[in-house]
Design a protein around this ligand. Structure first.
Ligand code: HXC
Length: 257
């Protein structure tokens, strides 16, 4: 069945996923979560796909979790359904994912962008964790990932006041990797994804794994982990190809193995 809240386009080795609930500023509901996670599961193990771009509309990447879906729920409903836990499947994806953010990325929308490996923002982007204004707190990782990305001062400011920050402030704070004019957002994100997808897939997967590991272990353990991954890449055909291509002054043709 075709997804209702998501558009999927395969462009070469890149899967472009576009959140598509314009009537609700792409508010995240359970149906959209299942559609995104099913898609990610499908292409996550497909060697023909080397990177993902996750984007929304010009006005909103996503204006948060769907408040209308959450409003009638009680504690037992949330607990027993482990509400929104499935989004973790996106965060656990082993291949690189770029968030291309234009307009609002609020609450769960900001948290979803932070589950991606890096964020490219349009100059119109606005980030925030406004859950406090609804009587709750972030529930998809905002208090943890935002704090790791921007530090305690700004994370506390955003989570406690519910205010939004614009793209400039988000870049200064280290939340986004680059800002581009809104009209160039998608082509910039797709070009970056295409570039990544053209490199050796095991190498990009291990690069992602190594960087993410730095959040979990000591420096010494992290360095050891990186070195083991680095050594292991010398068992790939792509290392032979990449280094031979450099020596022979030609472009590498990676086989992604
Ligand atoms: C449901 C939403 C929504 C949301 C917008 N809409 N955000 N519906 N959930 N999060 C709907 C509106 O109800 C409205 O529908 C339509 O989208 C357009 O929104 P407007 O408010 O009319 O647009 P605008 O005036 O431009 O204001 C944009 C906005 C505002 C500033 C982004 O919509 C807003 O504050 N939205 C809520 C943001 C928020 O609090 N997000 C955090 C949610 S909690 P109708 O039918 O009226 O036209 C969360 C928790 C995550 O994310 C953790 C989960 C585990």
């Amino acid at each position: 069945m075709a997804p209702k809240s998501l558009r999927i386009e395969i462009r070469g080795r890149v899967a472009l996923l576009t959140l598509n609930r314009p009537e609700a500023l792409n508010a995240l509901n359970s149906e959209m979560m299942d559609e995104v996670c099913d898609t990610v599961a499908k292409y996550g193990t497909d060697d023909k796909i080397g990177a993902f771009v996750l984007t929304g509309s010009e006005k909103a990447f996503a204006a948060g979790a769907d408040i209308k879906e959450m409003q009638p729920q009680g504690y037992m409903d949330m607990y027993m359904s482990d509400f929104f836990n499935r989004w973790n499947e996106l965060a656990a994806l082993r291949k690189p994912v770029i968030a291309a953010v234009s307009g609002y990325a609020l609450g769960g929308g900001c948290e979803l962008a932070m589950m991606c490996d890096f964020i490219i923002a349009a100059d119109t982007a606005k980030f925030g964790q406004p859950e406090i204004t609804l009587g709750v707190i972030p529930g998809m990782g905002g208090s943890q990932r935002l704090t790791r990305a921007v530090g305690k001062a700004k994370a506390m400011d955003l989570c406690l006041t519910g205010r939004m920050m614009d793209a400039e402030e988000a870049e200064r704070a280290g939340l986004v990797s680059r800002i581009v004019p809104a009209g160039e957002l998608l082509e910039t994100a797709l070009a970056a994804a295409e570039k990544i997808a053209g490199f050796s897939l095991p190498a990009t997967m291990m690069a992602k794994e190594a960087v993410n590991r730095s959040f979990e272990v000591t420096l010494e353990e992290g360095l050891r982990f990186e070195r083991r991954l680095f050594h292991s890449l010398f068992a790939t055909e792509d290392q032979k190809e990449g280094m031979s291509a450099f020596v022979e002054k030609r472009k590498a043709a990676f086989k992604h193995r």
